[in-house]
Design a protein. Sequence first.
Length: 319
Amino acid sequence: MEAVAPFSARSGAFALVATGALLWGTGGVAGSLVAGNSGLSLLSVSAVRLLAGGALMFAVAAATGQVRRVPRTLVSARRIGATALLTAVMTASYFESVALAGVAVATALSLGVAPLTVAAYTAVRARRRPSPRILAALVIGTGGLTLVCGAPPTHTSPAALEWGVVLAVVSAVTFAASTIVNRHARPGLTPAPLLGISFVLAGLVSLAWSIPTGIDLGTLNGTAWGALGVLTVLQTTVGYLAFYAGLQRGVSSTAAAVLSLLEPVAATTLAILLLGQHLAFLTGAGIALLLAAVLLVREPAEEAVTSPPPAVRQAEPVP
């Protein structure tokens, strides 16, 4: 039997996930500033911010006593290992997709396919179709994302576009899998130690993958170091801690994946405010649709409105 979470608790969890997704939106501008003011590739930038952000989260967890409470069990090791692997594959696939097919295709597919994947998994597992509210959010969100991201570059070759599409879908599926795997908290394995350890491991893997492109931190100037600080503290540490804290406090995995559509809203807004980009009509319409999709999952009609009591959560098998 499931217990209905109080409205105030669900509202707080919803706000945490939304905050995390909005902070993720700082990654585009900050990452571009780092790459543009240094000799690092985007993949190398991602590896560095995973390592730095993971180390910072682990330090916070250690200082607050959360590391001592992590169970030294196979279940905990599996959760940490799965999160690390999924994070490494997700980030590497996304940046390789950007290189091959462009930002528009990589962003649209990686963010658009993830909610659909989570919704499909939830429907199969629960043996029932998503509610009309969730279906509407998925359709509206996908349409809005398409308008915001726009068309792929005309100079992209068919082969590069095909591989870029494949890698973007891989990034989406791995993000969806990470959301599903971490939808429930394990006793003692709170987001700070979970993500701290996982991100350090994912950063090491990403670092190995990015070695061919070169990793020379000596090429960073003052602007690059400042942007890297934003990536580490806001986008990675605070953003991911907020997202996963809200996820484990009652926001459904489907709603959380839809809320991740706030990332391009924040990224587009920052590009307009900081980089002087023009807000086209279709982009504005797309942002409006993305916000409408988020509002539709504000009161989830599916599994999001319920939160299993602690005794039930501890007994659940976790991937």
